[in-house]
Design a protein around this ligand. Structure first.
Ligand SMILES: C[S@@+](CC[C@H](N)C(=O)[O-])C[C@H]1O[C@@H](n2cnc3c(N)ncnc32)[C@H](O)[C@@H]1O
Length: 234
């Protein structure tokens, strides 16, 4: 058996038993291996755009389980290139920027639309990603926060939107995490306010209309986030 880091464990915990999974940007390959060893999935495509991570993964599989199990397929390629439409129903993408995730979805809209579920852990651009998902027929219905290497990371559990999906009141914070008043949420929001403050300061240095617009958007997001902290007693 292997022990995952808290971040990888929280990601893996969202994968439903019986799912056919693609782990995009698998790197070390620990998520596919854990899903296999715990009987969560018997079909896992481990994809990475670079050969180095796949070699690292192969080394890990050799060392831990004596080779690549039948249920895991390792493929080199960018984004969803590594699986055929219908081959998997669940995708994990962790440790990449939200913009790169959106680029991956936009590069293959048919495969994206064919998925039942995605578990995403963006390193940044969470708000933009959440808006993209809503605009493109997905619902961020759950999630969690985890602290790793000084930062608090968000994990988004995403499924196809249904008639019960409501328009999000805001895109900055995961509503399910807010409802639970996760103890890490205050730190997560404070960190985001820091990023938005830097955006506003940078924009202030430029005289352009675009910068003025960026500054005013950052400032209203900061106000909204401060209100979330007070209103929810975080
Ligand atoms: C920071 S690592 C994250 C590894 C792992 N998912 C995790 O969360 O611990 C990012 C990985 O994504 C891979 N990657 C970057 N862009 C990619 C793309 N467009 N398609 C597939 N993999 C990509 C990199 O080669 C690297 O192995």
């Amino acid at each position: 058996m292997i022990k995952l880091t808290d971040r990888l464990q929280k990601i893996a915990d969202f994968v439903p038993r019986g799912a056919r999974v693609a782990d995009i940007g698998t790197d070390h390959g620990f998520i596919p291996l854990w899903l296999h060893l715990n009987g969560i999935s018997d079909y896992i495509v481990a994809g990475d755009v670079n050969s180095g991570p796949l070699e690292k993964m192969k080394g890990n599989l050799d060392r831990i389980v004596g080779g690549c199990p039948e249920s895991i397929v390792m493929r080199q390629g960018s984004g969803f290139e590594v699986f055929r439409e219908g081959e998997v129903d669940t995708v994990v993408i962790a440790g990449m920027g939200g913009r790169l995730m959106m680029d991956i979805f936009e590069a293959d809209r048919a495969k994206t639309a064919s998925l039942k579920m995605m578990i995403l852990q963006p390193r940044k651009e969470q708000a933009g990603l959440r808006k993209w998902l809503f605009d493109n027929g997905f619902d961020v219905y759950d999630g969690s926060l985890v602290r790793e290497s000084r930062f608090v990371w968000e994990i988004m559990a995403v499924r196809k939107a249904s008639s019960g999906t409501t328009i999000p009141k805001q895109y900055e914070v995961n509503e399910a995490i807010l409802k639970r008043r996760d103890p890490l949420l205050r730190d997560f929001i404070e960190n985001r306010i820091g990023v938005l403050n830097r955006i506003a300061e940078e924009a202030e240095k430029s005289a352009s209309e675009v910068a003025a617009d960026g500054k005013s958007r950052a400032e209203s997001a900061i106000k909204m986030l401060r209100r979330l902290i007070t209103d929810n007693d975080l």
